[in-house]
Design a protein around this ligand. Structure first.
Ligand code: CP
Length: 336
């Protein structure tokens, strides 16, 4: 049994195999069948793309899928171990996980960081509890730390533009402004992905938007192993210069974690962190990427996201193809 919690649990060969299958599926390959298999999707947070693409992916492969919004469709879950349950939580997560694992052959979970205490959030308590107690593979649909299906679709999208060998390909991963502090799962995961594939990464952010040290260390190890490079900078021109891929995302500052009023004040001086034509002109005709949803006029200008270099809808479409592949490989234990 293998979970799909972070792509850094997989070798580059396994990830390439999953993308190869996704490309075959996109090109119309048939014959992969999950009939008789049951997938349960649990959403602790809202979704547009992830929910639609996972449900369709399972149905297109002939499997069954049940989707629940936790706390609305289900009892409110208690996550603390050993607690006396006389508070808001009606069912303990370990009981829920064991039960759902009796129904589903795999469980997809979306559970963002709670946003108050990073030391707690970085343990990814919901995903980890399900992985510990459910007894079936867990597929991460975005947690505090990781969004593996998103970045596998992103790597597939980059491959469609630049070919299979991504080693040395310059990618700018840039922080962008936003009215709210957003989760770090996407920047963590695209950084790890770019490192695994040996890309020339320019990680561009104001210094107070550094990612968790554990992620940076893991990314540096993976990059070194793959013969890639990671340059961390807050110089916007250096970050964009000659890049072939611009991947924009906003995320919250660990420095201000749980103190959003302070962060909101701080962000007033960061409004120029928008991906616009002036910045894209520093690149080597880079493609523009974003996982969506995106705030137009804040994270990216209309002119950039609507340009012919924007691949944001390809990324969204590729979620469907990648997830059909991930579901097939996880549910049939097809990866060696
Ligand atoms: N990119 C992404 O995961 O989109 P949703 O939050 O809409 O699922």
């Amino acid at each position: 049994m293998k979970h799909f919690i972070t792509i850094s649990d997989y070798t580059v060969e396994q990830l390439e195999k999953m993308i190869d299958t996704a490309i075959d599926l996109k090109q119309g390959k048939t014959g992969l069948n999950l009939s008789g298999k049951n997938l349960v999707l649990l959403f602790f947070n809202p979704s547009l793309r992830t929910r639609i693409s996972f449900e369709l992916a399972m149905k297109q492969l002939g499997g069954n899928v049940v989707t629940l919004n936790t706390g609305e469709d289900t009892w409110k879950l208690e996550t603390e171990e050993g607690v006396v349950m006389n508070g808001a939580g009606v069912e303990h997560i370990k009981d829920a996980a064991r039960v759902v694992g009796r129904y589903g052959d795999a469980i997809g979970i979306r559970a963002f960081a709670a946003g108050q205490n990073w030391e707690e959030d970085r343990k990814d308590p919901v995903i980890e509890a399900f992985a510990k107690y459910a007894g079936v593979p867990i597929i991460n649909m975005e947690s505090s730390l990781y969004h593996p299906n998103q970045v596998l679709a992103d790597i597939m999208t980059i491959r469609e533009k630049y070919g299979k060998s991504l080693k040395g390909l310059p990618i700018t991963i840039t922080w962008a402004n936003h009215p709210k502090p957003l989760p770090m799962a996407v920047p963590n995961s695209i950084l790890l992905a770019a490192a695994i594939f040996g890309m020339d990464v320019r990680f561009l952010r104001p210094p107070e938007y550094d990612l968790d040290g554990m992620i940076m260390e893991r990314a540096r190890d993976l990059s070194e192993k793959a013969g890639g490079k990671i340059t961390v900078t807050d110089n916007i021109e250096d970050g964009f210069k000659n890049s072939k891929v611009v991947y924009a995302k906003s995320w919250g500052s660990l420095q201000f974690y749980g103190r959003y009023e302070l962060e909101r004040e701080h962000r007033k001086q960061l409004r120029h962190w928008i991906v616009d034509d002036e910045k894209m002109n520093f690149t080597d005709s880079a493609v523009f990427m974003h996982c969506l949803p995106v705030r137009r006029g804040v994270v990216v200008s209309d002119s950039v996201i609507d340009s012919s270099n924007s691949v944001v809808y390809d990324e969204a479409e590729n979620r469907l193809h990648v997830q059909r592949s991930v579901l097939y490989h996880i549910l049939t234990a097809a990866l060696k």
